[in-house]
Design a protein around this ligand. Structure first.
Ligand code: CAO
Length: 495
């Protein structure tokens, strides 16, 4: 039983004991009791209850530990991690960072396919794998082998959540249907990433860029006169993993009341559309006239019937663009994002040397500026081109003008402030040595979030069989001899 399960059954026992010791009062008696309680209640409301601010018990003591060092938020939650590639592993990695015991089940001999993809150091797990599977334990199980199925059934009984992102139907084909899982463990939460939700495409396999294209991101990314573009940020995979993690902790929270597990489904198309929701906003605005903050409005180009691509225009009502700085275009990242936020228009005019624009009716109001954005940004760019992106950032920040340098991955990797916050971490690995990774981007003031290296394939198989499942040495040997945990012997090629 995990800690969470213990908490729940203890609470249930207490509730039962309470119910037994207090027989239900008869109606008149209850009325009298209510009347007697009234003045006391008034008294209580006159003096706010100091001990039970939210009905959950006495005020907790403030933590005596330093920031982020007071235990782990998801301690006691055990995850059966059937994920692979990127979307699912992102989710379980987040849960592992917060202290969940994540047991990654991998196919014997092969493991998660990403272990061998985009390999940079021969003989070592790829960065693709290591950067998505920190803090997890790895067990190899052939889920289609009878003994493998037995081990999986035992794991299901011991875990709180099963997470998977197989192709549609693959989990059922392994015999791990919702009914089977729930019969073994009614508290189990089964969380899945799929490409699409129920509908015409539900049986399709999906990768990152397919999700970006089907979720509304690609059709709204890029320049109006160019083709649709996918973004560098992995909004289909990592974005959906994030959504799934939220679904899981929400289901865990609901389980504290119901005691029951439930299914959690995140479709990648849905996740991308959620992240592109401002573009669906614009789709509906089109019915009421042109999208005036889009450059194409100022350029006099009519809008069609769908949200167009807007280049680097700002998504909100505050016009913004990416502008060249000193060194561009030879340096591909010598650019800055510049927002002409209305409240600091005066400061912008002063900085770029156009003080007259502050009062000129052609430029003085946001509405007047909208048709002239190309002219305005061309003038601002004349100024930014005289500065490096960091010089421009420093000057503009003095005046609260919203802006941001285009930071390359090299610059981010070397950024010392990101190292200090643990957003970029250096991790040591037994076969590849030191490498950089992105640490936990979500900071909790009470929960430690250390980044531990990813597991080697099957590194924790024995430990999990004995410590988690309680198998004795002889049983473990039997299971191993059955071939359920190892890759099938390769047949010798005929000479
Ligand atoms: N033991 C035995 N078999 C195993 C196993 C194990 N431990 N782990 C996996 N397998 C089997 C599965 O049962 C499946 O077999 P069947 O097809 O016979 O049922 C097989 O391995 C392949 O699984 P898959 O179809 O999920 O993998 P794939 O490489 O063909 O497809 C992907 C990959 C990502 C396209 C697909 O899994 C998918 O669409 N997932 C959902 C959406 C998703 O998460 N996409 C993002 C991936 S990150 O870019």
């Amino acid at each position: 039983m995990t800690d969470m399960m213990e908490d729940y059954s203890m609470a249930k026992k207490k509730q039962k004991a309470k119910a037994k010791s207090k027989p239900a009062a008869k109606k008149p008696a209850r009325k009298a009791a209510r009347a007697a309680a009234k003045p006391a209640a008034k008294k209580a409301s006159a003096k706010p209850a100091a001990k039970k601010p939210n009905g959950n018990g006495a005020y907790p003591k403030p933590s005596s530990k330093p920031f982020g060092m007071d235990g782990k938020a998801l301690q006691g939650v055990r995850i059966l991690d059937f994920t692979h590639v990127q979307s699912g592993p992102t989710c379980t990695q987040l849960l592992a960072w917060f202290g969940a015991d994540v047991i990654k089940v991998e196919r014997p001999g092969v493991g998660d396919i990403t272990r061998g993809q985009l390999v940079d150091v021969k003989g070592a797990d790829s960065l693709y794998f290591t950067m998505l599977n920190h803090n997890k334990r790895s067990i190899t199980i052939d889920s289609k082998h009878p003994q493998g199925k037995r081990v999986l059934d035992e794991l299901i009984k011991k875990c709180d959540v099963l997470v998977e992102n197989f192709a549609p139907g693959a989990l059922d084909r392994m015999g791990l249907t919702w009914e089977h899982i729930h019969k073994l463990n009614p508290r189990m939460i089964v969380a899945s990433v799929k490409g699409f939700g129920p509908g015409p495409y539900e049986d399709c396999k999906v990768y990152e860029n397919v999700a970006q294209c089907t979720g509304g991101s690609a059709s709204t990314t890029g320049f109006r006169d160019g083709p649709p573009l996918v973004t560098g940020a992995q909004i289909g995979d990592s974005g959906t993993g994030l959504h799934l993690a939220l679904g899981i902790v929400t289901a865990l929270y609901q389980r504290t009341r119901t005691g029951r597990g439930q299914k959690v489904l995140c479709a990648m198309q849905d996740g991308v559309l959620n992240l592109a929701r401002v573009k669906l906003r614009d789709q509906q605005r089109l019915k009421h006239g042109p999208l005036t903050e889009y450059s194409q409005y100022g350029e006099g180009i009519p809008f069609g019937d769908a949200t167009p691509r807007a280049g680097n225009d700002s998504g909100g009502g505050q016009p913004g663009r990416i502008l060249k700085c000193k060194g561009a275009p030879e340096d591909p990242n010598a650019y800055i994002y510049f927002i002409t936020q209305a409240p600091v228009w005066g400061e912008i005019c002063d900085v770029i040397g156009e003080p007259g624009w502050k009062t000129d009716p052609e430029f003085a109001t946001p509405k007047a500026r909208l048709p002239k954005l190309n002219q305005i940004f061309a003038r601002i760019e004349e100024w930014t081109m005289t500065k490096t992106k960091f010089e421009a950032m420093e000057i503009l920040n003095k005046f609260d003008i919203p802006c941001g340098p285009i930071l390359s991955m090299k610059e981010l990797a070397e950024d010392q402030s990101l190292r200090k916050t643990g957003t970029v971490v250096e991790v040591d690995h037994p076969t590849r040595g030191k490498y950089l990774s992105v640490g936990n981007p979500i900071k909790l003031s009470d929960s430690i979030s250390e980044v531990k290296r990813s597991p080697l394939l099957g590194e924790h198989t024995d430990e999990i069989l004995s410590d988690v499942l309680g198998f004795k040495a002889a049983e473990i040997a039997d299971i191993k001899n059955s071939g359920a945990l190892s890759a099938p012997e390769k047949k010798e090629k005929a000479a």
